[in-house]
Design a protein around this ligand. Sequence first.
Ligand code: S3P
Length: 184
Amino acid sequence: MIALMQEFELTQPVCLVGFMGAGKSSLAGRLARMCMIPAVDMDALIEERSGRKIAEIFAESGEAQFRAYESGLLSELASAAPAVISCGGGVVLAAENQQILKSSTCVVYLDIGFEEAHKRISDLSTRPLFADIEKARELYLQRKPLYEQLADICIDSGTKSVNEIALELQEALLAKGVLCQRQK
Ligand code: S3P
C-alpha cells in the first residue's frame, strides 16, 4: 500500500477520458489531493475563460465552437507543466486531439456502462449531448472504440468508489513511471 499525502510528481500530463458521467472530474480531484499534484478540469477552464456555461456555448455558438475551444486548450495543456487533466467526453473525436493525446500524454480511460453513466448525471441540462437519450446512446457506442484505442490505462469505474479508483490509478501510474516520488 502506498502512503497517502506523499508528494509525487508527473513526468507527463495524464488525460482522463471516458463518457459523460464516468467520474473523470471527481477522480482528477481525488488523485490530485492524494498525490499533491496539480489537476485541471477542461470544461471548468473553458467556462471560466469564456465566461459562459458549456450549455450556453453549445446553444449560442454551436458545438463546433466548443470543439475549437477544447482543441486549443488540449494543445496548451499538453505542453504545459504536467497535470491530471479531466477531459470532456468528446475530446477523443478530433484527429488533432487524438494525435496530441497519443504523442504527449498518458491516456486513462474510465470505462462505464451507458445506463450507469446516465444514472450518475443528476442534472442533464448541464450536458447538451445528453438531452436526447437515444442520441446519447449512439454517441456512447461510437466513442467506446475510440476511448479503447487511445487508452494507455483502462479502469472500470462502474462498481468502485472514487477512492478505490484513485488508489488503483496511482499504482498504475507509478508502475508506468508517469508518477514518481518527488526528489526532496
Ligand atoms: C461532452 C462532454 C462534456 C462536455 C460537453 C461535451 C461530450 O464533458 O465537454 O458537454 O461530447 O461528451 P463531460 O464528459 O465532463 O460531461
